[in-house]
Write a protein that binds this ligand. Sequence first.
Ligand code: AMP
Length: 533
Amino acid sequence: MRVRGSDLWPAPLTRDLVDETHHGHRLRGYPRDARTLGDVLGRAAARVPDRDAVVTRERRLTWRELRAEVDRMAGALHARHGVKPGDRVALLLLNSVDFCVGVFACARLGAVAVTLNTKLRAPELEFMLQNSGARILIMHEALWDEIAPIRATVPCEAVYVAGRPPAGTEPLDRLTDTRERPPAVVVDEDDTAFIMYTSGTTGRPKGALGTHVGIVTSSISFERCMGLGDGERTLVAVPLFHVTGLIGQLLTMAWLGGTTVVMRTFDAAEAIRLLDAERITYMIAAPTVFTMMLQQPGARDAGRSLRRVGYGGAPTPPDGIVALREWLPQATLQNAYGMTETSSPTTLMPFGQELARISSVGWPVPIAELRTVDVGTGRECAADEVGELCIRGPHVVPGYWANPEATAATMGDGWMRSGDLARIDADGYVTIMDRLKDMINRGGEKIYCVEVEDVLCAHPAVLEAAVVGVADPVYGEAVKACVVPRAGVSVDPDDVRRFVAARLAKFKVPREIAVLDALPRNPNGKVIKSALR
Ligand code: AMP
């Protein structure tokens, strides 16, 4: 089955689409008067200079102030380090003004922001810093324990620290107290704006190349399909280093001249308070975020200013959608399906269909084309037949950083293979049925089983290991490990858990560890994971 968003959404959202070429592919795009992140920031600062741009617990910056701070950081990065188009600058920052300034400062220089997950441990970060070849690292002091052991082995020529700088690093203030002006650089919309690492089903994480056109396109998809308008105010309850917070919120607000209210890390009680204190109108987050917010006392009376609500990044259980509907009768509710590789949204539920189509993720956004393909033969599926979901459009990343093999395998023919199994019905509604990729989705945080299995097998007492997702009432899924001990030794699950925690982010550490005599295997020797759940 093959569908185009432009054939589904009402005419006002689709009639002005234009044909354009990106990275050799002929695609459909939205008309737009700002094409790069630098243009988008300049436009907001010119149009609504005195409106709040970013609000945190400590600071409140208008668009004019944000642009001035971005220019100072871009000027300093250029003057002190000669940062030029294409250079990588890594950000290891909790949600903060510094993160927002860093992303725009890179864009202003045509440089690439490598947005690192703040929950990762030293060995994981070491790979990403080495692989991306980041020249500069901008980070928060609270995360220094993960950088100290790898400082000597990563290529960064300077490390700037927000907070108290440890020896050998510089205070981040040095990058904003300058009078240097950034140079005028020409940035193309097909240039890379950020690298975001996603795990792979085999081998090491892959750096998805987010482009300016991908970001701007996705901001317009959110604007059109969610009916977002001028003066929107959003609350970020998810990390800014991932596409939902970064593109779906911060950069979409930049596109609209709206306001982004940022929590340093998610706190459900604080989120409920901020909904009313900051008159939040728009939110998009993983379903787990809303589940946790609704558990707070007084939650049901809060959020009356919310008009537009999206949920995605993980399956939303039907009763979660019903609970949202009861909580927020005044708001539109839309399931959003997307990936890092699609710069956020690929499908969105049309208005008013969230209960009638409760298990669906909606229609492809207007510029997206989808098809379902039989996994064995590559034949295009019929309507309602389940196959791998493949995605095309200007929002799809052109590839992975320094990884031509993964790029060719995933999107070589212009269609991005999602690794998700889906069904598309005759009305164009997409339903995600299962995953082809061996991944666990813990409340929107993705855990590739092979990464955890590799670490488990490195434990001296473990002979072999298999990792599976098991049901969890809050997170949807949790990590379960099954390990087989080496001959003559016993395995202590707590010891194994500590071993994993020293090497991988906490959310990847198995909640449950079962010690087995052998793993169940099929005649080809493949582990039968369904038997382990
Ligand atoms: P990420 O690249 O981390 O954003 O992960 C993308 C993956 O999250 C997709 O390939 C899906 O497996 C899953 N996902 C994203 N949105 C949804 C949704 N609305 N419903 C179900 N699964 C989703």
